[in-house]
Design a protein around this ligand. Structure first.
Ligand code: MAN
Length: 482
C-alpha cells in the first residue's frame, strides 16, 4: 500500500499539472465540480472527493478513479492502460499492472514514469529517440532499395505474363486449326505415303507381348519380395537401434529410411494389368517396327521394381515417337493412324494449354510480382539442412519435400502436401517474407512437428510505410542505452 502522504503528494502533483496516467485527450474528464468533488466517468451518480483520484483505493465501479495506480485491476472496465508522455519522443501506454514493479519498461515508457514511486528509471527518451531515428533512416533506405528491386521484378513479371498469354493464344489457334483441318490433312498425308512400297512392315504378335508382360510381372513380384525383406530388416533396425551411440552414418541411414517408409504409401502406385494395356495398345498399333520395340525393352530403365508399371506405360506410350521407319499401311489403316496422330497432337496441345491456364490462375500477388520468382530458385544451408525454395512450386529440405506451393496471403507464401514425417503429418511450411533489397533466408523453425516457419527477406515484401507502421517494427536495444 502507498503511504497516504506519498499519494497526496502524487495527487497534488497531478492536480497541478495533469492527472497521473491520463492522456491529454481525457484530461477534461478529470476536473473537480464546484464542491471539489468528482463523478466517476461511466456512472456519474457515484461521487467521490477529487483528492480520492489516484489514492490507490478503487472507489468507482468502472475503476476510472485510479488511472495512475493498479488499485482497480479487478474492475471490469478499469482503465488498464497508463499514459507515458515520453517528452521528446512518442507518447505511449503501458498496462497498469506493470507500474512500479521494479522493471524499467523503456520500450514503452522511455521517460521512466512507469516506476514513478521509486524514481529508479531515469528519462532515456533522447537516447531512445536517437536509436529510433537511426532505425527509421536505415529502414527507409532499405525500403527504397527494395522498392527499386521490386519494380524490376514486376517488370520481369509483366514480360513473363505477356509471353505466357502469347503462348496461350498460339496454342488456342493451333487447336482450332487442328480441329478444323485435322481429318482433311490426315487423308492428304495418307495419300502421300501410299507409294512407299519398299518400307518393311514389322508386326508384333500379341502372344509375344503377353509373354514379355508376364516376364516383367514375375520380375516385379520377385523384387517386391526382396524389397519387403530389406524393409523388415531396416524397420527392425530403426526401432531397436541405440540412439545414444552418436554414429552419424547410422542416424543418417535410419533418417533416410524413415523418410522413405513414411512416404511409401504415396510412392506406391497400383500395378496395372499389363496384359490388358498391351491388348489395348495392340488394337491401336497392330504393326510396329520390331527392332525399335526390342531396343526399348532391353534398355535399362526398367531396373527399379516399383517403377516397372510406370515405365512400361511410358514405353508403350512411346510407340509412335520412337518409330524410325514409317510403315506402309493400307489406306484405311493409314487414315485411322493419322486420325489417331491428330487427336494425339490435339491432346498434347490441350494439355499444354490447360497447364498454362493453371499456371496463370496461381496467386502471384499484387502486380503479379511473384511470377518473376519462378525464374530464381533460392538455396541456403541452415543448420544441418540445405533448403531449396523453388518459388511458386516447392520447397526441399535436402531431398525431403517440405511442401508444394498452395497460396500467398498477408505477405506469406504457403506450402503443403510435402513428404510425410515419421509417425507424423505430411510436411508443410509458411514462408514469411520481410522487406529487403536482397533475398536472404534468415531462419527456419519447426514450431510444430513438420510444420516449418521460414523467414525470408525479399524485395517482394517491400512497400511504402507510414511513420506509424515503421514505428511498430522498432525494437529498442536496451544494452546500448547507457
Ligand atoms: C527429418 C527432418 C526434420 C523432421 C524430422 C521428423 O529429420 O525433416 O525437420 O522434424 O525428419 O521425423
Amino acid at each position: 500500500m502507498l503511504s497516504n502522504a506519498l499519494i497526496l503528494a502524487i495527487a497534488s502533483l497531478g492536480a497541478a499539472k495533469s492527472i497521473l496516467g491520463v492522456p491529454p485527450q481525457m484530461e477534461s474528464l478529470y476536473k473537480p465540480d464546484s464542491n471539489g468533488n468528482w463523478h466517476c466517468i461511466l456512472d456519474p451518480s457515484h461521487v467521490i472527493r477529487f483528492d480520492q483520484i489516484n489514492d490507490n483505493f478503487c472507489d468507482c465501479p468502472d475503476g476510472s478513479d485510479e488511472p495512475g495506480t493498479n488499485a482497480c485491476e479487478f474492475t471490469f472496465e478499469s482503465p488498464k492502460m497508463f499514459y507515458c508522455a515520453n517528452e521528446g519522443f512518442l507518447p505511449n501506454f503501458i498496462e497498469n499492472y506493470k507500474l512500479n514493479d521494479g522493471v524499467c519498461d523503456y520500450e514503452i515508457c522511455c521517460d521512466g514514469l512507469d516506476e514513478y514511486l521509486s524514481g529508479k528509471c531515469p528519462d532515456v527518451c533522447p537516447q531512445v529517440k536517437r536509436q529510433y531515428d537511426d532505425y527509421v533512416r536505415t529502414q527507409k533506405e532499405e525500403i527504397a532499395k527494395g522498392l527499386l528491386a521490386k519494380k524490376l521484378l514486376e517488370e520481369r513479371a509483366a514480360e513473363l505474363r505477356a509471353a505466357s498469354e502469347r503462348s496461350m493464344s498460339e496454342l488456342a489457334t493451333k487447336i482450332e486449326d487442328i480441329k478444323r483441318t485435322g481429318s482433311e490433312s490426315a487423308l492428304v498425308e495418307s495419300e502421300s505415303h501410299k507409294s512407299d512400297q519398299d518400307e518393311t512392315l514389322l508386326v508384333i504378335e500379341e502372344g509375344k507381348l503377353n509373354e514379355l508382360s508376364q516376364l516383367y510381372v514375375d520380375k516385379n513380384t520377385e523384387l517386391s519380395s526382396k524389397l519387403k525383406l530389406l524393409e523388415t530388416i531396416m524397420l527392425d533396425m530403426s526401432k531397436n537401434y541405440n540412439p545414444n551411440f552418436n554414429d552419424a552414418a547410422v542416424k543418417s541411414a535410419i533418417g533416410s529410411f524413415q523418410n522413405y517408409y513414411s512416404n511409401k504409401a504415396e510412392l506406391e502406385l497400383p500395378l496395372p494389368d499389363l496384359k490388358e494395356i498391351a491388348a489395348q495398345r495392340l488394337s491401336l498399333f497392330s504393326e510396329y517396327h520390331q527392332n525399335g520395340f526390342l531396343n526399348l525393352l532391353t534398355s535399362n530403365i526398367y531396373s527399379l521394381p516399383g517403377m516397372v508399371h510406370l515405365y512400361f506405360n511410358q514405353f508403350v506410350d512411346s510407340f509412335p515417337q520412337h518409330s524410325t521407319k514409317e510403315p506402309t499401311y493400307e489406306n484405311e489403316n493409314k487414315i485411322a493412324k493419322n486420325d489417331h496422330k491428330v487427336s494425339e497432337e490435339l491432346q498434347f496441345l490441350l494439355r499444354d494449354l490447360a497447364a498454362l491456364e493453371l499456371e496463370n490462375k496461381k496467386n502471384y500477388g499484387e502486380n503479379d510480382v511473384l511470377r518473376a520468382l519462378v525464374e530464381q530458385p533460392y538455396e541456403k544451408k541452415i543448420g544441418e539442412y540445405t533448403y531449396k525454395i523453388d518459388f511458386m512450386n516447392s520447397i526441399y529440405q535436402d531431398r525431403t519435400l517440405v511442401g508444394r506451393y498452395t497460396g500467398f496471403e498477408d505477405g506469406s507464401m504457403e506450402f503443403a502436401w510435402g513428404d510425410r514425417c515419421w509417425n507424423g503429418p505430411q510436411r508443410s511450411a509458411t514462408v514469411n517474407l520481410i522487406c529487403a533489397a536482397e533475398f536472404d533466408l534468415l531462419s527456419v523453425d519447426e514450431p510444430q512437428k513438420c510444420h516449418y516457419q521460414f523467414v525470408l527477406t525479399s524485395p517482394v515484401a517491400c512497400k511504402e510505410l507510414s511513420e506509424e507502421e515503421l514505428a511498430k517494427g522498432f525494437k529498442l536495444n536496451k544494452a546500448q542505452l547507457f
